[in-house]
Ligand binder design. Structure first.
Ligand SMILES: Nc1ncnc2c1ncn2[C@@H]1O[C@H](COP(=O)(O)OP(=O)(O)OP(=O)(O)O)[C@@H](O)[C@H]1O
Ligand SMILES: [Mg+2]
Length: 413
């Protein structure tokens, strides 16, 4: 079986594809990176199939060309304002069926997770992930791995992420129409966290903020697992829109000015810094102080961070987060974003999340806007390895056993 794996992030601003492969020496490395502008989505949700299929094909082709490999399957990200997260718990009695004592086994864990996910979910929604936070064995709380412990009562606390069935189906349809099959899918922010967060940050309690074009995604970790998921329907596109409307310039010009001269922290603007706005309709260009751009950008970014703070505040009342605030997504490249987040969250522990060094084409993916797709390709590789490891003898392949394994992997991601 080929060791080639693919991550595909279908975002509102850009589609990104990354191909990874295990080298002859057994080391995983990135061999292809492709991206293309995305015009078929609104706030993370597919609204135009044709445009999305085109953007996916372009990104995949570019990555294929770079890696010299043709790909047929991928791990996709799921995001958008339809995403919801909730915490749940389940309890089971530890059975000793077929065993001589009450030692907790894999079957008990599967049963308790099943019990925890038995919450009422509307017909039009599906469960994307069920992630165990911790277990309680009899009266002992905060257990990360209860396997082989002895107990009578096993309780699991889990975080459940759900998504709109039709939104997921539309993304899958676009990928299939681009001649790719979908192996698995993963919540965007969970993928980004995989690429940029350390285990220590997850344990201590941290907030991942993915500043995308159409949405801003938030994932709060505590005790090593997700505690809260939120998708806010405001992103970098609004910032560009604000500049365009206030200054009476096209969206393209506004986007360029935001990227080259934008800033969301007035304290970073030096006196005498000027920005040239091109004239519209034959009018001459105008020179304005850069602070005028900041006066437009900063309030919108403040609004985004304030919404996040209000969403996270209830969590902060019950759990102390002593890790970091980690910023990813294209918007994390905006000048002043760390300073603004520090001020709003009242902490110096703010950093930009850049994917680590996964070998291969390092320069191509080491930006915060590649966090999600890198996480996806890493997850694809882990799934692939797990499949290889657990694969039964060839004659047994394709039995329900495999189906169960795949289900298991999916739930624990
Ligand atoms: N250097 C930069 N400075 C400021 N903003 C930037 C910069 N580079 C990119 N952006 C902004 O980042 C946004 C795109 O981010 P990203 O590529 O992470 O979004 P996406 O994944 O396509 O969208 P979403 O996650 O919302 O579906 C755009 O609004 C873009 O203007
Ligand atoms: Mg994104």
């Amino acid at each position: 079986m080929s060791d080639v794996v693919v991550g595909l992030d279908i975002g509102t601003s850009r589609v990104r594809a990354v191909i990874g492969d295990v080298s002859e020496s057994g080391v995983f490395q990135i061999t292809g990176v492709g991206t293309s502008p995305s015009t078929g989505l609104r706030k993370g949700v597919v609204v135009n199939i044709e445009n999305t299929v085109r953007a996916i094909s372009q990104a995949i082709e570019a990555a294929e060309l770079m890696s010299g490999t043709e790909v047929s399957r991928c791990m996709i990200g799921v995001g958008g304002t339809h995403i919801d997260g909730l915490n749940s718990r389940g309890v089971v009695a530890v059975t000793s069926k077929g065993r001589d004592n009450r030692v907790i086994g894999q079957e008990d864990i599967l049963r308790v997770i099943d019990a925890a996910k038995a919450v009422v979910i509307p017909m039009d929604r599906q469960v994307l992930h069920v992630i165990p936070q911790s277990y309680i064995v009899d009266e002992e709380r905060g257990i990360k791995d209860p396997r082989n412990m002895i107990g009578v009562r096993l309780e699991a606390e889990v975080h459940i992420v759900t998504a709109s069935v039709t939104s997921v189906q539309n993304v899958v349809k676009c990928v299939n129409r681009s001649n790719l099959s979908v192996d698995e899918y993963m919540l965007h922010s969970l993928a980004a966290a995989k690429a940029v967060m350390s285990a220590e940050e997850r344990d201590l309690g941290s907030i991942l903020i993915d500043l995308g074009g159409g949405t801003t995604d938030v994932l709060v970790f505590a005790g090593g697992a997700p505690l809260m998921t939120a998708v806010i329907p405001v992103g970098g596109i609004q910032v560009t829109n604000d500049i365009s409307v206030v200054k009476g310039i096209s969206l393209e010009t506004a986007e360029r000015i935001k990227i080259d001269e934008g800033c969301c922290w007035m304290g970073l603007i030096e006196e005498n810094e000027d920005v040239i706005l091109p004239g519209v309709g034959g009018r001459p260009p105008v020179v304005i102080p850069r602070s005028e751009i900041c006066e437009i950008v900063q309030p919108r970014m403040e609004e985004i961070f304030n919404i996040i703070r209000s969403k996270v505040e209830p969590v902060l009342k019950s759990r102390q987060l002593s890790g970091n605030v980690i910023l990813t997504g294209g918007g994390a490249q905006l000048s002043g974003v760390v300073e603004l987040a520090s001020s709003i969250f009242n902490t110096q522990a703010v950093r930009i999340g850049i994917p680590g060094n996964f070998g291969g084409l390092i320069g191509e993916y080491r930006g915060p806007d590649y966090a999600t797709v890198l996480g996806l390709v890493l997850a694809a590789n882990e799934h692939h390895e797990a499949e290889d490891r657990e694969k039964p003898p060839v004659e047994a392949a394709g039995t329900p056993w495999i189906g169960r394994l795949r289900g298991w992997l999916k739930e624990f991601f």
